[in-house]
Design a protein. Structure first.
Length: 222
């Protein structure tokens, strides 16, 4: 087995470089969060996946979004900036420090009225959300090992025609190929594989797997 991640396992570096050379934005606040994340080793969505999420928000025009995994609030703000002003976002984060940072960032960006950060363990909290609070879009970007445990609740909370987007699904190529698996990540990889199998077999979902960034799945509830 490999001892280090193969950062180029999903997309060759010349493709990544080409894609990123065509991705730019003039949002100074988001650029500041990108710099903070890079300097402090905080994982945020890859640039290609961020652009994909932006486009999906523009296409879907959701009124209600649920996010699992807030971190510093980058993706929540990205979605808020690319949805109608009437859109409300609920984002779940279990790390107290991240919750505090996210709330500060969201307040500084002027989106506190549209984005609610809830300090909670999503795999437990989702069951307490009422069916009447269904969502047009759900973005999964929390602990990868728990995706499979959250799927049924996500489907329950998703409106028909709603979109479920899951990030980091190929996990540095480890999900697709045993030769790329780092030993300490075996359990996560097995659970991500189980999650993909469950997505593809789910009778209420149609799913596409995209080799974009660290791997993305997009599912629509039928």
């Amino acid at each position: 087995m490999s001892t280090e991640y193969d950062l180029n396992a999903i997309v060759p570096p010349y493709i990544t470089d080409y894609l990123r050379s065509h991705i730019s934005h003039d949002d100074a606040f988001l650029r500041g969060l990108e710099d903070y994340a890079a300097a402090n080793d905080v994982p945020i969505i890859e640039p290609e996946s961020a652009r994909f999420l932006t486009v999906m928000c523009r296409i879907k025009k959701p009124k209600k979004i649920l996010e699992v995994g807030t971190a510093i609030g980058y993706s929540a703000l990205l979605m808020a900036k690319n949805t109608p002003k009437s859109c409300r976002i609920t984002t779940l984060e279990y790390d107290e420090k991240m919750v505090r940072l996210a709330r500060e960032n969201i307040k500084s960006a002027g989106f506190s009225e549209r984005i609610a950060v809830i300090e909670a363990d999503a795999k437990d909290y989702l069951a307490y959300i009422d069916d009447e609070s269904s969502f047009d879009m759900i973005f999964l970007d929390g602990p990868k090992a728990h995706y499979v445990n959250m799927l049924d609740e996500c489907v329950r909370l998703l409106k028909k025609g709603g979109v479920l987007i899951s990030d980091n699904i190929l996990y540095k190529g480890m999900t697709a190929d045993d030769n790329h698996v780092v030993r300490r990540k075996i359990t996560i990889v097995k659970r991500l594989r189980a999650y993909i199998d469950a997505l593809m077999a789910h009778k209420e979902l149609q799913t596409a797997i995209l080799p974009l960034g660290d791997g993305v799945t997009v599912s629509v509830k039928i």
